[in-house]
Design a binder for this molecule. Sequence first.
Ligand code: NAP
Length: 271
Amino acid sequence: MGPGWRYECALVTGASAGLGEEFARQLAPHCARMVLVARREDRLHALEAALREAHPHLEVGSIPVDLAGEAGRRELITRLHEAGWHPTLLVNNAGMGDYGEFATSDWEKTQGMISLNITALTHLTHAFLPEMISGGEGGIINVSSLAGQLPIPDIGVYAATKAYVTSFSEALRIELREHGIPVVAVCPGPVRTEFEEVAARNRARSDVAQRDWFLVDKGEVVAEALRGLRAGRALVFPGWKVALVATAISIMPAVLIRLAMSGRPRRVDRD
Ligand SMILES: NC(=O)c1ccc[n+]([C@@H]2O[C@H](COP(=O)([O-])OP(=O)(O)OC[C@H]3O[C@@H](n4cnc5c(N)ncnc54)[C@H](OP(=O)(O)O)[C@@H]3O)[C@@H](O)[C@H]2O)c1
């Protein structure tokens, strides 16, 4: 096992791609057990095999479920309970966005996004927290977004779900301080993952190239998140440019934020 810090059992949601997969890879040397969760079973099994080969000490398992649904979440909780696996590090990472104006949004996609970004994160935290408290060991990483700091047109529901994640994490962190359980909200700016592809309504169009200067590598995002958890930080804005923008937003009067958001180029993505 890697030097310094360790977790008995880490659960990573959204481990089949992007930041979640990176969390699993960086955490593996520091964990005795790990549970990988997402819908794509083949991807989870491939990651599971790679982790097992690189870290023979690691007990790793996959539970493929749809976290946007109550049934999938209950299946995950029950299977872990029956196996006697109690997550001591919960990485609530699974999340998705939707680009385009609200009026023309697809309700199924919007509802799924709210269920995944808000309900699943809250439900899993609620399910695994009692064991963390009674076991005297735990930690929670909630993946929020820089978008949670702003009301952003054409990705308004997503930004609002992340405002929830940041606010909830801050409050929970204070509640859990007496139990010695750190909670950190990680608020990345743009990171190259499958996020854009999932969020886009018109898959031929992507704005990511226009924001290349602002991109932060997923390895850096995860490393800063893990350092932030260990340091007991409330919020982590990975990458110095993102941190600078976050600081600017935090001191900006609401009227300036409204002006900046009104002048933002509109996304015209339609189905
Ligand atoms: N990339 C960015 O620019 C960026 C910036 C700020 C914040 N974030 C946040 O970072 C987190 C990770 O996103 P990412 O960038 O790594 O995106 P990603 O590459 O699209 O990965 C999303 C992960 O979530 C899983 N997922 C999606 N829907 C799910 C569902 N219904 N049930 C279970 N798992 C589900 C996906 O797996 P399956 O499809 O296999 O289920 C995948 O593993 C999200 O919370 C996102 O909001 C991303």
